[in-house]
Design a protein around this ligand. Structure first.
Ligand SMILES: Nc1nc2c(ncn2[C@@H]2O[C@H](COP(=O)(O)OP(=O)(O)OP(=O)(O)O)[C@@H](O)[C@H]2O)c(=O)[nH]1
Length: 286
């Protein structure tokens, strides 16, 4: 799949004289993952300005998305433990992101880190987390497959408080038998954490794969409804899609982006820079 930049560039190269220019542009923007609402708004703005050149498009795009995209640096408070719960559908990179975030804070001097294998749905998930823990030097609290994930979270919190850990990272399942079961499970975990950790020390982080396009939006809405998301980690930014979906997400949910994941290694994590991201998107430079 071609990225956002090349799709839009091609469009302006080939279609500048067509009579259905603005409708075609709208379709292209939707394909480029900006989402239907933003695509309609952008093509309407260009249509009003009677603009058909790529420079005007870039200016309109920049004006439109700059206020939408929010970057935020994830920092830990002095309280112990800070709790980060990772949410997202299967395969987006939750477990890998936990390893990356553990590595990131470890490098900042936070040596006491524990993770909870809250994905009790899939046997390999807690195994994978344990392997990361051994390599990177964090403890992992886990239970058997099919165990109550809220109980795992409860045990991990008790352990983190007893050990005076700086950070508790919670892995969760992305799939359940059905949506209401997933929501119920997540809310239960959320409630247990809120009973013992203050709001300022607890973040709910949505992990999304930027290559999954508009599917992300629906997923994000479900998780946001369940636990009120605090921020986003966008993974697989090293792939072909260059984040058009992040603009759509930012527009819909208005939550900050913490990090971009750019590979499988623990160090492949970059603090999100909103200015740089917007610049790359509007220069269509990829
Ligand atoms: N290229 C690339 N691959 C990534 C990135 N993040 C994760 N992956 C890979 O994506 C695959 C899935 O990652 P996981 O961390 O297992 O995903 P998960 O969300 O925990 O999946 P489940 O445990 O099935 O829910 C693995 O092969 C990771 O190595 C990234 O930023 N870039």
């Amino acid at each position: 799949m071609a990225g956002f930049g090349s799709k839009i560039r091609d469009f302006f190269k080939k279609s500048s004289l067509s009579s259905s220019f603005y409708e075609d542009l709208e379709d292209r923007l939707i394909e480029a993952d900006l989402g239907p609402k933003l695509a309609v708004e952008l093509s309407e703005l260009l249509s009003k300005a009677k603009a058909k050149d790529i420079e005007t498009f870039k200016n309109v795009l920049s004006d439109k998305i700059s206020p939408l995209i929010i970057g935020d640096q994830l920092t830990l408070s002095r309280e112990k433990p800070n709790v980060l719960m990772f949410l997202g559908v299967n395969g987006v990179g939750k477990t890998t992101s936990i390893a990356k975030v553990a590595h990131y804070f470890h490098q900042q001097g936070h040596r006491n880190i524990v993770a909870a294998a809250g994905d009790t749905f899939r046997a390999a998930a807690s195994e994978q987390l344990s392997i990361h823990g051994e390599r990177l030097g964090f403890r992992v609290i886990k239970s058997h497959t099919g165990a109550d994930s809220a109980a795992v979270v409860h045990d991990a919190l008790t352990s983190a408080i007893a050990h005076k850990d700086d950070l508790l990272l919670i892995d969760t399942a992305g799939r359940m038998h059905n949506r209401s079961e997933l929501l119920h499970e997540l809310r239960k975990m959320d409630k247990i954490i809120r009973q013992r950790v203050s709001d300022s020390d607890y973040k709910r982080i949505l992990v999304i794969d930027v290559n999954t396009g508009q599917n992300c939006l629906r997923q994000a809405e479900v998780f946001h409804e369940a636990v009120q998301l605090s921020g986003i980690i966008a993974t697989k930014y090293d792939g072909t899609a260059k984040g058009g979906v992040l603009v759509a997400l930012a527009r819909e949910l208005r939550i900050p982006i913490y990090f971009l994941g750019t590979g499988e290694a623990p160090s492949d994590l970059h603090v999100f820079d909103a200015k740089q991201f917007t610049q790359e998107l509007v220069t269509l430079d990829f």
